[in-house]
Design a protein around this ligand. Structure first.
Ligand code: HEC
Length: 128
């Protein structure tokens, strides 16, 4: 069955529309990187360097550089809070920042942002 050109046009149109509306919609993104030991350990290195000073060694929001910030750094070890956010939402917060947290869009590449998400998920333990 060959595709009629008008159908092709229709689907191309749909694709263009969905691309337009998904642009910047990081919250819907799925984590493309499996939380393997390798990924988690990469994430830990990234966290120590970029996040720990605010979020603390155990992710509890008690890092030395975070104490004077308002609001305080999020407690990433809080199970009930972490259960409510998707990886996509975490990705958006890390990518775009969340005042006073800086954006990491230009500091960490996408894969590194997913690795650090796989790592911070270990603070609260399995949520599902
Ligand atoms: C300068 C201090 C600082 C650094 C560095 C920092 N954060 Fe944050 N982070 C914060 C603060 C403050 C908040 C709370 C923002 C709010 O509640 O509006 C926050 C919030 C968050 C949240 C919760 C977002 C949400 O949707 O509620 C996540 C996840 C997070 N940070 C992850 C990270 C990761 C991962 C890194 C390193 C790549 C990092 N942060 C680096 C200060 C920091």
């Amino acid at each position: 069955m060959a595709l009629h050109p008008s159908k092709v046009a229709f689907f191309t149109g749909l694709l263009a529309i969905s691309l337009t509306f998904s642009h910047g919609g990081f919250a819907q993104k799925k984590n493309p990187i499996e939380a393997s030991q390798e990924s988690v350990s990469k994430g830990q290195t990234i966290f120590k360097k970029n996040c720990q000073m605010c979020h603390g060694e155990k992710g509890m929001g008690d890092g030395p550089a975070g104490q004077r910030l308002k609001p305080k750094p999020a407690n990433l070890a809080d199970k009930s809070g972490m259960e409510k956010v998707t990886d996509g939402e975490l990705f958006e917060a890390i990518t775009k920042g969340k005042n006073p947290m800086p954006a990491f869009e230009h500091k960490l590449n996408e894969n590194d942002r997913w690795h650090v998400i796989n790592f911070i998920r270990t603070f609260a333990g399995p949520t599902k």
